[in-house]
Design a protein around this ligand. Sequence first.
Ligand code: PEP
Length: 232
Amino acid sequence: MIFAANFKTNHTRSSTASYLQQLDSFMQFQPEESRCMVFPPLTALDSFGLKRVEVGVQNAYPMQKGSMTGEVGSEQLEEFGVGSIILGHSERRHKLGETQELIAQKYEYFKEREFTIVYCIGEPLEVRKSGDLKEYLGSQLENIDLAYERLIIAYEPVWAIGTGESADRETIAQTHDMLRQMVGSVPLLYGGSVKPDGIQEITGIENVEGVLVGSASLDVKSFEAIISNAQA
Ligand code: PEP
């Protein structure tokens, strides 16, 4: 199982450091096959010396270094040994207007540098209600190399993100079955209001290989409860 925490615009450098030390100690007692990833804000990056927790970034620009005001390139990530990145998150697609073309450009760049890529896709409510779901999710995979061995796909329905209401079992099962046909053996995470309660129901679904967690990951005890409840 893969457990990924997306802090978004939360936590400081010092609160991230203590969170990671605590989580890393907790992870030493978890099964070897459990993979734990945390994506703090860029300002919190540091050399943490962790054993079981991988630290990644929520975004970066597809260049080593250069002139791109306000952005961070791979040289700045390498300084801290960062090797994982989230791409295609719905907040970047829908609130910041990031296009599929730019996302695919970032994908190619970080693929060439052998980053683990947690690639997010997900439909808004109007598509879920009356659109062509397969076509919509397919368009978010345009120009994305699905054969890349360090790719993880997170299915995150936009209508379930940050609402406190996760998608129901049936919806997750059907969508992940459909995605399995579309993406082959790429690990599939579910994201959208995942909480410690009910986690077993989600991780017990076929074709769900883990979860991407926003709000319920911000408190380390809550994220640890997600990890241990999923495996209970
Ligand atoms: C997310 O935005 O990646 C996410 C899953 O958020 P939340 O858990 O708060 O719905």
